[in-house]
Design a protein around this ligand. Sequence first.
Ligand code: EPU
Length: 469
Amino acid sequence: MTSESGSPRGEQTATQTAPYLVISGGHRLAGEVVVSGAKNSALALMAAALLTTDGCRLRNVPDLTDIRTMGAILESLGVRVRPGGPHTLDIDARFLAVHRAPYELVNTLRASFFILGPLLARLGMARIPLPGGCAIGARPVDLHVRGLAAMGAEVRIEHGMVEARVRRLRGARIYLDYPSVGATETIMMAATLAEGETIIENAAQEPEVVDLANFCRAMGARIRGAGSKTIVVSGVPKLHAADYTVIPDRIEAGTFLTAAAITGSTLRLAPVIPDHLGAAIAKLRDIGLHVASVRPDCLEISADRPLVAVDIETLPFPGFPTDLQAPFMSLLAVSDGTSIISETVFENRLMHVPELNRLGADIRVRSGHAIVRGVPRLSGAPVTATDLRAAAALVIAGLAAQGTTTVNGLHHLDRGYDGFAAKLKAVGARIERIAPTPAAEADPNCEHPPSEPARSVVAGADPAPITAS
Ligand code: EPU
């Protein structure tokens, strides 16, 4: 077992084989954090690169297990995925020939379902395993499937497989019952090469949808209205090469804002697009934090007042993001008064509550709402992450807890935060990643890395090498 600095290892068992974090809480942070590229943009953009026979270059790609898994899925289809420099991926789908995605990989990454639309548009057929439910909810794909069917695809779901065929997709007017990010992205990608015009009504307005539209436009697609409720795509016969930079990760930035807030720190974050963080910044101000842009791409947060309770309801963008619900719960756990957090996007995204309570929080769940009674302080304990954002929330709580917190289940964290512990350490957090003997972590949930981690496809990306995940 190795420790980076010989710091206390927390109360781990002698048989511990998976990596974990040890956090000594109660220390202020200071400095500037470099925000990585957005995971959920990069994953969609990687799928969109299948839409052209020319090579594409994606820059500012975060080094994450999810990105590696997506790279492995693309390679299984005959696509060449290579690092093109730090945080840069070159994707060449000229020899895309395979229309079936392997179950073992799709099962580990729901976002891999994004390849359905591009495969159908390029090859006229696709066979993708149903991604299934996962820890945070059932996560059906009916809206993706109905959208493609409206565009003329014959879609059958049998034996856990989605099988779709079409001679050429044709434009359609598609109303989404819910502004699903994934369904909007699937339909938008498919529509770029369809015959005629596709109108997506009640589309998702998330910044990642806009980023995908911008990348497709850089490839020659004709898309209007991305970022509004109605997206219009006029199909073109062919897309071409593009060199494109992924937007900064608003969820990573929001998570660091909660890290600063809970530790009473002043911290700068860059690069960020402040408009992408509107709801989170508004809530932080209500809680008592000072948040200001010090440069157009740099936010500074400072804490000089007591924190007070606020209510939060997660909603599609521009509402409060579900992906920041868990880190904000950690913050509200030590804010004065009672906060009600309502998770409306995913039906099972409050699993971090018992773990936060292990750290001394006072949170009860009633009918999908978390009732958070602020406590004066948290106290360190061993805890285990159940999903990606829960992992971040436990680290945030550990930064404020008295004593030592050990966070297990880091394969969740590694899916979505590039060098999280190293970035926190660089701004003064007392946090160590302990890497026992490498061993695969078994977890039945969906979004987690395969037991054999796929090799890194992003060169020189991680300031803190992941020794086992
Ligand atoms: N939904 C349906 N039918 C569908 C699609 C979605 O009922 O066909 C429901 C879902 O079950 C869910 C709601 O609609 O209750 C929202 O799902 P959405 O499709 O918007 O989410 P997603 O595309 O599956 C992406 C992000 C999530 C993020 C959500 C919401 C990626 C790879 N994932 O998921 O990110 O929480 O949008 O913003 O883009 C994360 O990064 O931790 C994460 C879970």
